[in-house]
Structure formats: C-alpha cells, structure tokens
Design a protein around this ligand. Structure first.
Ligand code: COA
Length: 321
C-alpha cells in the first residue's frame, strides 16, 4: 500500500524580524544578507508561542483541507530538531491537542533539514507494512531561533521558525519513492547539547548551532542534483516529467545553482526563502502548503521534494500529488 497527500497546512509565528532589525545588534547589513542568501526576513517564536502551538495549527489546517476527523488518524510522525521538551515527544502533545485517538502511533524523529522526507518515508513504511491502513499525519515543527547563536552573524541571519504538515491517505496506485545518503559528519554542521549538571560530567555546551557555511554550500549543490537524478532514473522519469521541485530552502544561490545544473525552467522551483529563511525540516511542507493553496500543483502531478543538511544527509522523494 502506498499513500497520497490529502491535505496540507502550515503555521508561522506572528513576529517577523527583518534584516534591518538584525543590524541593531549584529555587524551585518540587509545588502549582505540579501545578496548572499536571498533572505529578507524570518519569523521567530515569542513567549506566547511554542512548537506545540505552531504544529497544532499546521495540523488543523491540513486536517481541514483533507476533510479528515482527528479520530481517523492512525499515525503521527513529528520531525523536529528538538521539541518543546526533551521528553515527552512533541508528537504525543500534538496528538492530545488535536484530539487524536489514544491508540494513535506517535513518534518524533530528528533528521535535521531532511526530517520531513524521512517522516514521509516512515509513514510510507507503515502503510506498506499494513500496520496502518487509512490515514497518517507528518508534521515538521522547528524553532531554529532557539538554536541559533545570535552573536554569530555568519549563521543566525539564515534561520527562522515554522511548522508545516500533511495528512496522508492510503492509496494503492500512487507512486512514492526515495533516494538518500548519510555520512555521519558532525564537524561541518552541528548543534551542541546544553550543559547539564551531572556530577560525573564537566560538559558545558551552550546548545547553539555551528556551521562551516562554505562546506555545507558545496555539499548542498552536489547532493541536490545527485539525489534528484537518482530518484528520477530509478523510476524511468526525466526532469520534464516533474511538475514542481520543492527544494529545501536554505539559500537562494543553492536553489539557483540546482536550477542551472538541471536545466529546468525556474518556474518549476517554487521558493519562499525570502520571507521565511531556513526553517530546517519545515521548509518543504510549508512551501508545499503555500503552493497547493495557490493552485501551483494539480492532482496527479508528479513532484519531487529534495533536502540536505545535518548528518550530513540528503534525500529526494518522488510523489504523485
Ligand atoms: N554580514 C556581513 N558579513 C558577513 C556575515 C553577515 N551576516 N556573515 C559572514 N560575513 C562575512 C565573513 O566574516 C567574511 O568576511 P571576511 O571575508 O572579511 O572574512 C565574508 O562575509 C564572507 O564570508 P563567507 O562565509 O565566505 O560567505 P559565503 O559567501 O560563503 O556566505 C553563507 C555564507 C553562510 C551564506 C553561505 O556559505 C551558505 O549559505 N552556506 C550554506 C549554508 C546552509 O545552507 N546551511 C543550512 C544547511 S541545512
């Protein structure tokens, strides 16, 4: 059994922070950030917001579009770098807020910016195994403003907070396939853990993001094309067969490089990096939701989602919408 996307949803924090706002406490400029990244503003959570409030709103939007009652959901996979609590898992809390059954399968998964596609892969395996037979939610909820080092101008200006969700329905004849790689490299991109007070451990980490931007950039531009070509080739498809490519939104120059390398019309690569920055695993489901609501893809269209990031990991997912 395979699946199809029945509904999409997304939610953004109310507060927007422009590049100009960042210049009040960072040695940076709107011009530098815009020309190097394409980003003009990002949304960040305030004290009244949490990953739970964002993710719940994104799921509710997706359930509404899918015309699905909460009790129909058999599985909810939440992808996040870190939930509001280390434990319990964010998916358990979202399940309660949505009023899902107390028998729903809940799990959080952390595959960095590739999380949403890994979440789809997990849901796919549950449908294929027969462990679930009707409907599932995959929701990505990310609070990068909590992980960024706001004293590091080279990284903090890139990120924002968001949540995006999809409701999936079992569908026997829908094409779904993946291609992925992982290398186990923590040097180029990592978020250290916070200090603890174990008497047997002197670790004093600050829990912030560290990145070698140029190395990530090189990894991104090579892996996007490799993953997309691999998943298309496996399925006997060419780029022209694909209605839209949804790339992880990390840098407009990375997206433009992929467009150039693939030789595909730029209109096939929607982007919202300008308004939202990099929201890790949430970039693709939010972009998907915005595109669906704008009528940018039609039922039956073949689409490719492709992400890269911490791991270092990269993944492409081919879907029939
Ligand atoms: N404002 C002003 N200057 C800045 C700056 C900022 N926000 N950030 C860095 N600089 C400076 C650097 O200090 C450096 O100055 P120097 O030449 O005097 O040393 C100069 O700008 C160039 O820095 P560099 O790191 O070479 O810039 P870059 O062109 O590689 O762009 C990134 C930096 C981070 C935008 C780019 O490497 C990138 O987007 N990488 C991929 C990141 C990514 O996708 N991460 C997410 C993975 S999921």
């Amino acid at each position: 059994m395979s699946f199809r996307i029945l509904g999409t949803g997304s939610a953004l924090p109310a507060t927007t922070v422009s590049n100009e706002d960042l210049t009040k406490f960072l040695d940076t400029s709107d011009e530098w950030i815009r020309t190097r990244t394409g980003i003009t503003e990002r949304h960040v959570m305030n004290d009244e917001e949490s990953l739970l409030t964002l993710a719940t709103a994104a799921c509710q939007n997706a359930l509404e579009m899918a015309q699905t009652a909460p009790e129909e959901i058999e599985l909810i996979v939440c992808t996040t770098l870190a939930g509001d609590y280390t434990s319990p898992a964010l998916s358990c809390l979202i399940a309660k807020e949505l009023g899902l059954s107390d028998r729903v399968i809940t799990m959080d998964t952390n595959m960095g910016c590739c999380g949403f596609e890994y979440g789809l892969q997990i849901a796919h395996a549950y449908f294929a195994s027969g462990m679930i037979s009707k409907k599932a939610i995959v929701v990505s909820a990310e609070g990068l403003s909590r992980h960024a080092d706001w004293t590091d101008r080279a990284t903090c200006c890139l990120f924002g907070d968001a949540s995006g969700a999809v409701v999936l329905e079992a569908a026997p004849d829908r094409k779904v396939d993946f291609d992925w790689t992982v290398s186990g490299n923590a040097d180029i991109l990592n978020i250290t853990r916070h200090a603890d007070n174990s008497p047997w451990n002197s670790y004093d980490g600050k829990g912030v993001l560290h990145m070698n931007g140029q190395e990530v950039f090189k990894f991104a531009v090579s892996s996007i094309n490799a993953r997309i070509c691999a998943v298309l080739e496996k399925n006997g498809l060419a780029p022209d067969d694909i209605a839209k490519f949804f790339l992880h939104q990390a840098n407009i120059r990375i997206i433009n490089s992929a467009i150039h390398k693939m030789g595909v019309a730029p209109e096939k690569f929607p982007h919202n990096i300008e308004r939202l920055g990099n929201t890790s695993s949430a970039t693709i489901p939010v972009l998907l939701d915005e595109t669906v609501r704008a009528g940018g893809i039609q039922r039956g269209d073949k689409i490719v989602l492709c992400a890269f990031g911490a791991g270092l990991a990269s993944i492409a997912c081919l879907l029939e919408y």
